[in-house]
Design a protein around this ligand. Structure first.
Ligand SMILES: [Cu+2]
Length: 248
């Protein structure tokens, strides 16, 4: 961001430059000082905007408690995005008879690898058309990655272990994340972003679809809050270790 005073200060400069700048200003003439002070103001202001490219999203349940592991992403139509961040491949592991992570978010067109870290075999499948697929019983060597060619939620199961349940959320954007234990996710949005929608999704959420998107026209300084109204569905608990499968 170019400073209006023409000093060219950029938001990427940090506060650590501040003390150095103050010392320099003290050595200048009054006329020079005015100009430099303007620059300093610009520097501080720019530093304050250092997080302007980050949009914080907060999700709370009907009791006001933070909801972790909620997928957060912006609309495809929203703004310029840094396509350099597109992942080449994502990983949905199978560990302790569970899908790890339980919920994976990828950009449309990404490939997903399905290694099996267990000693037992798994038979992974999804009926979620048009991203449906089957990875016949395997362990050890991983099957070929699966390319997620359409957006939407891909529900995963295992033919052997009924308790295994996972989700791949395929989005049309590379600006996505998941809320942490504090119910917060940070999205990195380009400075030029405007008029875009912020969406949330979780298999636990029962609120109306319309309430799970908020449109913003600029980067909201205070972030965006989703205060869910309906009680959540219970969290999924895999039946890890419930059955001892030694070999297939
Ligand atoms: Cu399995």
């Amino acid at each position: 961001m170019e400073c209006a005073a023409g000093h060219g200060c950029r938001r990427t400069r940090g506060h650590r430059l501040l003390s150095t700048a103050v010392v320099m200003v003290n050595r200048l003439t009054n006329k020079e000082k005015i100009g430099e002070i303007l620059g300093l103001v610009c520097l501080v202001f720019g530093s304050g905007l250092a997080m302007a490219g980050e949009v914080s999203v907060f999700v709370t349940d009907a009791d006001g408690q933070p909801v972790p592991n909620v997928v957060v992403f912006i609309d495809q139509s929203g703004a310029a995005m840094d396509l350099q961040h597109r992942p080449d491949a994502a990983v949905m592991d199978q560990r302790d008879v569970s899908f790890v992570p339980h919920i994976l978010v990828v950009q449309k067109g990404s490939t997903v690898e399905f290694p099996n870290s267990d000693v037992v075999a798994h038979h992974v499948y999804s009926f979620s058309r048009p991203n449906n697929f089957v990875l016949p019983l395997y362990k050890g060597t991983s099957p070929d990655p699966v390319t997620m060619t359409h957006d939407g939620v891909v529900t995963l199961g295992c033919n052997i272990h009924d308790g295994m349940l996972g989700y791949i959320v395929v989005v049309e954007t590379n600006v996505f994340g998941k809320t942490d234990s504090a119910g917060v996710a940070s999205l990195r949005v380009d400075d030029s972003a405007s008029d875009y929608g912020i969406n949330i999704w979780s298999p636990r959420i029962r609120d109306s679809k319309e309430s799970l998107v908020q449109n913003v026209s600029v980067i909201p300084v205070d972030g965006v809050s989703f205060n869910l109204q309906k009680s959540l569905r219970p969290a999924h608990i895999d039946q890890s270790g419930a059955v001892a499968w030694d070999d297939y």
